[in-house]
Design a protein around this ligand. Structure first.
Ligand code: TMP
Length: 207
């Protein structure tokens, strides 16, 4: 029997370890016999990946926050239509490396765009689609930035000032606090194995 897919999102600031742990979530779900699809934002479909290239590009003229937000929501609309909804409807569990919370954290708290406007975009683009579980990997921005730098492939966001990343972190934590049933906050500064075990405990309890 095909049961409806579950929608699991990993969030966190730069260097929080989302991408590594998204694979651990996938492995755990597959060990339980689930079909899975690992995806990411911005990106996750051919069109959305093309928009990702634009969003993360270094443009001589710069990208103002409104353009950035609209591009990210355009990518999200394509991603939801082409990848996420079809997978969930087919009973596949979707594991997404970042989703709409990142827009409230980065474009809202980070860049200063209005939360109400972001909520309008969210409602227009996502309708009633919401993650079943958001795993927030929380790390101090200083450590996260160190990790991102050590990783090497820095994007426009990785080189933002520390104050920006502190606002991003605070916004994520605030959203998690407001909806504890949907969010699980995990200390991402712990060693990788410890973080993996904490994530698996959350999956066992919540799914
Ligand atoms: P990544 O580092 O997870 O690959 O994501 C690329 C960047 O995109 C990341 O630095 C944060 C940014 N981003 C936003 O600013 N808003 C969003 O809604 C999403 C999904 C990502």
């Amino acid at each position: 029997m095909t049961s409806p897919g579950r929608f699991i999102v990993l969030e966190g600031g730069e260097g929080a370890g989302k991408s590594t742990h998204a694979h651990a979530v996938q492995a755990w779900l597959e060990s339980k016999g689930r079909q899975t699809q690992l995806t990411r934002e911005p990106g996750g479909s051919p069109l959305a990946e093309a928009i990702r290239g634009v969003v993360l590009g270094d443009w001589h003229e710069g990208i103002d926050p409104t353009t950035e937000a609209l591009l990210i929501f355009a990518a999200r609309a394509a991603h939801v239509r082409a990848t996420i909804r079809p997978a969930l409807q087919a009973g596949t569990d979707v594991i997404c490396d970042r989703f709409v919370d990142a827009s409230y954290a980065y474009q809202g708290a980070g860049r200063g765009l209005s939360k109400d406007w972001l909520a309008e975009l969210e409602s227009h683009v996502l309708g009633d689609l919401k993650p079943d579980l958001v795993i927030l990997l929380d790390v101090d921005p200083q450590l996260g930035m160190q990790r991102a730098k050590a990783r090497g492939d820095l994007n426009r966001f990785d080189t933002e000032a520390l104050a920006f990343m502190h606002r991003v972190r605070a916004a994520y934590l605030q959203r998690a606090l407001a909806d504890p049933k949907r969010y699980a906050v995990i200390d991402g500064s712990e060693p990788k194995d410890v973080v993996s075990q904490s994530i698996i405990r959350v999956l066992e309890q919540r799914l």
